[in-house]
Design a protein around this ligand. Sequence first.
Ligand code: GTP
Ligand code: MG
Length: 362
Amino acid sequence: DLAARMKVKASEVIAKLMGLGVMATMNQVVDIETATLIATDFGYEVEQGITEEIGIQLLDAQEEGGETKMRPPVVTVMGHVDHGKTSILDAIRKTDVAEGEAGGITQHIGAYHVRSKAGDVTFVDTPGHAAFTEMRSRGAQITDLVILVVAADDGVMDQTKEAINHAQAAGVPILVAVNKIDKDNADPDRVKRELSDFGLIPEDWGGQTIYCETSAKKNVGIDELLENIQLMAEMLELQADASRKAKGRVVEAQLDKGRGAVATVLIQDGTLRNGDYFVVGQYSGKVRAMRDDKGRPIREAGPSAPIEVQGLSGVPLAGDEFIVVTDEKMAKNVSQARSMKVRETELAAGSKISLDKLFEKM
Ligand code: GTP
Ligand code: MG
């Protein structure tokens, strides 16, 4: 099936499988990550959808009984400088009912989970539009929803337009937060007029875009914003199957003096557990320890959870795919094959590897 889809001989696929340490026959069922890796090896750019398609077909026979359930939305806040992105996130975090337990000290891991009265939401704290574009160009789509923050006293500015372009190009729905409505010169209608030119027509003007008027400073409209996030999430019908092996994306990663390579991973499907073997970008590893976004040790993490993983063989890039595989051999074989491929392409391109890049890999 897999061979036919790629228009290659089945024997070639079997040979590749053997190369990965998987003994296969013609009618062998291979799991989703193996299928992805093989396809990549044949030079196919594997898109999420295609992976799922191949994977699900091949998995049907193997991993039945899996049940998809609603998962929390993953939300990114974007907007022009100083329009109040951080303030809104801070205000939202204050509503977190779980926050008190952690003593209010929030470990910053680039993404965090909020338990609101309206439901759970995961916020990705991306360091700006560049990171969003970078991730998207690498095929990493981690955001389900964008909150576009526009200051009511300032209106649509350059970075507002940029954010709209990025979100629309990625096909991610936008929810508008018209912020700073407490200001004397606030003019929410002007914001609505300006944004309408970009196709973001408010519901009360006959359009489909949800607008929330907020004051992060005075804590106005924050609950309503959270409720609307949940409402949009419900319409998107975000599903995941917690019974599968975990799959996710790296949000950020670094080398920690005491703990080695550490990555913030957003789980997109399945459940990640301590001891799981995985491939991440061109590296591999075994989950040695995990922490949640509040720095607490955890043993497992389900769909949409942002977590910090320890036990990587190197520092991956933001946007790299994180996939749990069956065993250590598989993890190592795949990461070796991948890092060789990276080196090959770098050499083939005659690329002068910058010093930065060199150090990045050490
Ligand atoms: P960058 O991260 O630099 O792009 O800015 P930002 O969008 O995160 O804005 P930030 O939350 O840092 O807010 C910028 C300034 O606006 C701060 O001085 C805030 O106190 C102020 N501010 C944010 N929200 C409100 C609001 O609702 N009302 C008023 N009056 N001021 C606000
Ligand atoms: Mg900020």
